[in-house]
Design a protein around this ligand. Structure first.
Ligand code: ATP
Length: 373
């Protein structure tokens, strides 16, 4: 078990033309499960590979436990990595695949190695597969072997690089739970890279969001969802995505009104509470409202229903409030396409972003989640 501490980590490729990771500082606590999420090319894998020692940092330091491992080779770091493509040796049996790392990195004798492999196979529920070769296994079984191979060494740190991307949706959900169970039982610090925000939210004790190599926000999933630090995080975390409307601010007697910049839109909301603090009059802002915070009401923002998309318990209503605006409402709320309806949301559901996309003020929350350091 160990803390992982990244200090101003930087990685350049092509003589500095590409900055894959830009000044990332982050501490992953002992026994914590941290998910790292962001769009393709944002530097997730490169960050993970620098922790593993598979990629050399251009600048900054990597600490594991009390040690500065920045200049240590991968083999000398007590980490185990699980990849998307399983990376199993095709000609070795499951047993041999799992025992191989032990043979290379420990001085255990054969009997001790066998005992460890059997323990790990038991943990992963695959003892009956030990004599098989990888090409005889399903994708889910291969990933169990890859996980078994990672835990057999009982590393200080688990590193996962999109380990479930090759699995079908049902198996993915099953394996998520399995990985979480494993990490909790073994109490190993884990860093888990994924492009899937739902996976990042459901699995992580905390999640780190990257964009263009730059860390945008780190926090408990609930906290990031409720109080995104900027427009990018607001739009990236949550599904369907947060709705955005370009507005202008106007002072009113009771607070600040935010009125759609697009004259065709009836969007207008007045903030009176803490969310209004920090807003200048007559300035452009972007308002963010989550689809699940929008309800159909008798007296609100008038709009036309463009599409009704049923998704089981809920309906997604596509509305012409802005270029893309969705209300997520219970399935019983079922307006017709083309119908005029009115929608509204609570003031506490309004996120306001400035021209640089940074959040302005902190919206009032019903049950605020403490912000972690
Ligand atoms: P994905 O989800 O697509 O795997 P990612 O967030 O993991 O993306 P990285 O693989 O870390 O992103 O890549 C970050 C940036 O660095 C990208 O622009 C990528 O093209 C670039 N990059 C990564 N590895 C190399 C390399 N070996 N040589 C040159 N550029 C690289």
């Amino acid at each position: 078990m160990a803390t992982v501490r990244l200090e101003n980590l930087r990685k350049e490729f092509d003589a500095g033309d590409i900055v894959a990771v830009d000044d990332v500082s982050l501490t992953i606590d002992d026994g914590e499960f941290l998910t790292v999420v962001g769009p393709s090319g944002c530097g997730k894998s490169t960050t993970l590979r620098m922790i593993a020692g598979l990629e050399r940092a251009t600048g900054g330091r990597v600490h594991i436990g009390d040690d500065d491992v920045t200049d240590l080779s991968a083999r000398k770091r007590d980490v185990a990595m699980v990849f998307q493509n399983y990376a199993l040796y095709p000609h070795k049996t499951v047993f041999e695949n799992m025992a191989f790392g032990l043979r290379m990195s420990t001085d255990l004798d054969e009997a001790e190695r066998a005992e460890k492999v059997e323990w790990a196979a038991e943990m992963m529920g695959i003892p009956e597969l030990l004599d098989q070769k990888p090409d005889e296994l399903s994708g889910g079984q291969k990933q169990r072997v890859a996980l078994g191979r990672a835990i057999v060494r009982e590393p200080d740190v688990f590193l996962f690089d999109e380990p479930l991307s090759n699995l079908d949706a049902k198996l993915r959900v099953e394996m998520r739970t399995e990985i979480q169970r494993l990490q909790e039982e073994l109490d190993i610090t884990a860093v888990y890279v994924t492009h899937d925000q739902e996976e990042a939210m459901t699995m992580g004790d905390r999640m780190a969001i990257l964009k263009d190599g730059v860390l945008q926000q780190v926090g408990a999933p609930k906290e990031v969802y409720r109080a995104p630090a900027n427009e990018f995080v607001g739009g990236f975390v949550g599904s369907p995505s947060m709705n955005f409307v370009d507005v202008r601010s106007e002072s009113t007697a009771g607070g600040v009104a935010l009125v759609a910049a697009d004259e065709e839109s009836a969007f207008r909301t007045t903030l009176t509470g803490p969310a209004a603090e920090g807003l200048e009059p007559n300035e452009p802002y972007t308002v963010g409202v989550r689809p699940e915070d929008v309800s159909v009401v008798d007296d609100g923002i008038a709009t036309t229903v463009e599409v009704v998309e049923p998704v089981g318990a809920d309906n997604y209503l596509y509305l012409d409030v802005s270029a893309s605006f969705i209300a997520r409402v219970p399935a019983a709320v079922e307006p017709a396409t083309g119908e005029r309806i009115e929608v509204d949301f609570d003031e506490s559901a309004v996120h306001v972003f400035d021209r640089d996309g940074e959040v302005v003020g902190v919206p009032e929350r019903d049950d605020p989640v403490p912000v972690e350091a």
